[in-house]
Design a protein around this ligand. Structure first.
Ligand code: SF4
Ligand code: MG
Length: 315
């Protein structure tokens, strides 16, 4: 199958005073139907900006995003309105993203009103169905967000995102604000819904702990740049890039037989307004060499389907 979403040389710069903040500095990614791609990096690495630009909540500085082969940035308003049904977003903070004065019925029903697809009794029935689908009690349709727990509120956000039968959902750290005990439940729900509805996900996370369980492939970003991309399994079993290795070393391993040395990165993430020359990771890289400050490492396929940008692997 051809990719559902193709991201081509995507750049998103913001102007800060007279300078450019390079939030996303060249993203290339194909996302296939039914697949989940994890997008991982520390806060400020540009992953949320990437997610928002990919669904055109932001206009790009450069590059293209093809959805079903068509560049979404050249869509007119009517085409965009149609696309807004196919493409949805689930947000990090389920409380901040739900209007506290609206009932669950109004919140989940909003997309039907905006796109004028359902109204009246049919709408109410569909909202109840959606509540059931995400594991909530349809009898709670008249309640307000504060009457639900954090995990339940995220389920409301998911129900709203599903209202218009989307194809592609950008999940922007949907579990980061939840208790660890609840995180697995929400991840399992997302997986179940994916199977049932044939959804495709871009799943954004700030660390590698839960993203493994939902992602088919994972892309690691650092300071607006792509660092490594491969299947979940090979990223966990055979990480190549020093940054990925450091992120992985922070993930607790349940199996005591497997030992991983903790790699603690020193120093702060540099400002994306003034990124380091050469490799953007070099100021914190334990393996940095002379060439790393002079030449930006190229993105290359080191093993079949396993890509990275690092001079350690320059062929
Ligand atoms: Fe480290 Fe150099 Fe590789 Fe960058 S290119 S990750 S600085 S070894
Ligand atoms: Mg973010």
């Amino acid at each position: 199958l051809p990719p559902l979403v193709q991201v081509k040389n995507l750049k998103k710069y913001f102007s800060v005073d007279d300078k450019k903040l390079k939030a996303v500095d060249g993203l290339n990614l194909d996302i296939f139907p039914g697949e989940t791609v994890g997008l991982v990096g520390e806060s400020g690495c540009g992953k949320s900006t990437a997610g928002r630009t990919i669904i055109r909540l932001y206009e790009p500085t450069e590059g293209e995003v093809l959805y079903n082969g068509k560049n979404i940035y050249s869509n007119n308003q009517k085409e965009m309105a149609k696309l807004r049904r196919d493409i949805q977003m689930i947000f990090q903070d389920p409380y901040a993203s739900l209007n506290p004065r609206m009932t669950v019925e109004e919140i989940i029903g909003e997309p039907f009103a905006i796109h004028r697809t359902l109204s009246g009794k049919k709408k109410k029935e569909r909202i109840k169905e959606l509540l059931k689908l995400v594991g909530l009690d349809p009898e709670h349709i008249s309640r307000f967000p504060h009457e639900f727990s954090g995990g339940q509120r995220q389920r409301i956000g998911i129900a709203r995102a599903l209202a218009l039968d989307p194809k592609f959902i950008v999940c922007d750290e949907p579990i980061s604000a939840l208790d660890v005990s609840i995180q697995a439940q929400v991840v399992n729900l997302l997986k179940e819904l994916q199977q049932r509805m044939g959804l495709t996900y871009l799943f954004i996370a700030h660390d590698l702990s839960m993203v493994k369980y939902i992602s088919d492939r994972i892309l690691v970003m650092y300071l607006g740049n792509m660092v490594e991309l491969t299947t979940s399994d090979s990223l966990y079993n055979d990480p190549l890039h020093p940054y990925t290795k450091a992120l992985l070393s922070a993930v607790p391993i349940p199996d005591p037989e497997i030992k991983r040395d903790r790699i603690v990165l020193t120093g702060d993430v540099p400002s994306p307004i003034d990124p380091p020359s050469g490799c953007v990771f070099r100021t914190r890289c334990p393996a940095a060499m002379e060439i790393c400050s002079k030449v930006k490492p190229e993105w290359q396929e080191v093993k079949p389907g396993h890509f990275t940008a690092c001079h350690l692997y320059t062929l």
